[in-house]
Design a protein around this ligand. Sequence first.
Ligand code: GLU
Ligand code: MG
Length: 432
Amino acid sequence: MNDSAAQVLQFVQENDVKFIRLAFCDITGAQKNIAIMAQELPRAFEQGISFDSPNVKGLEGAGHTDLFLVPDCSTISILPWRPAHERVMRMFCDICYPDGSPFEAASRSVLRQAVQRAASQGFICRIGTECEFYLFSTDEQGRPTDVPFDRGSYADISPLDKGENIRREICLALEDMGLMPESSHHEQGPGQNEVDFRYADALTAADNLVTFQSVVRAIAEQNGLYASFLPKPLPGQAGNGLHLHISLARGGKNLFENRPRHSESAESFIQGILDRIGEITVFLNPLTNSYRRFGSFEAPRFVTWSHQNRSQLIRIPASSGEANRMELRSPDPTCNPYLAFALLLHAGLDGIEQKRGLMPSCDCDPAETDALLLPQNLGQALERAQNSEFVARWLPEGVRESYFALKENEWRGFRQSEDTFAWEKKNFFDRV
Ligand code: GLU
Ligand code: MG
């Protein structure tokens, strides 16, 4: 057992931890876990814990081979909403074959590989996520309704904003879990909120986003509410975006620093993402409902970038120094962050390798230019990804097969339904 494992065992003993949640995600990014008792943790470190992998979406490809959960020592967090005595600790896991080698189609290992590709060229990618969500009231049985918790709008205060106590509890829980919350506010839609926390390296940022969503869900539930991350839960109201603030550093220097201008590498990285965005949209905007969000309430519709305009696909904010970055505004909170971040990283690195020059910014209404459109529905996005040699190069076959089959099925269900919004609500409203 290595030093970090020994330190985790010591932490468990000294902090009255009784249960360890071994956490992982299925191919949609939904968090799953198996709880083990604390005394089983040494075995988890040494051999991994086997689980019923064929029952998890995206892991079917292992066939009859047993898969194991191997906890990552750098990801310990106490779950603050569980009892303060005989406590519950969560650890993210890698999914491995019996010999300890990583199962290639597990999304966390797909992102690890992208991070390693960047590292082999001396790059560290950091990502900050801004994840919006709605709070809905529940009925007498505790089931979610479509009645928003309040009628507030952007940056409102109490009594219009009824979410202040929930956001406070979320911030405190994030702080307990080491996520460093930075700011929070009521968003544009009724019952819509945002809580932002500090950026991190790409793998930690994906883990943190999964943690964030679980915190929001747990705290909403404890308050008799339902938190929805559906991209467009209320027709005619603002959608839920997942804005990604991405930067790249080499040798301790942020390549997105913009004095006097950003580096050529940063520009090529951005262009690399612009080049591939249509091919990877199905991974950034996975649901039929995702496409209702584009084109209104500051969600993008065209493949353009700008320094100012918040409705465009990429914004390069005018701040300076450590915080310099690009902001990608198309993704939504129902994406699998491990796959999404991996593809974005590969697209950007390809852009650098190919020395792509950045296209001109769009400083007017993109609808009045000949700018390309983002895919306009799940079917289009799926087709672009299925025909993409870029996606085929960077995503293992097992991921592609399973993801595309899932999306084909959803696209068929959507097209066959009479009331498409009712179909989305029935299948996704109380799940994402
Ligand atoms: N809710 C908007 C979206 O769907 C974004 C609003 C904002 O800029 O925070 O992306
Ligand atoms: Mg926002």
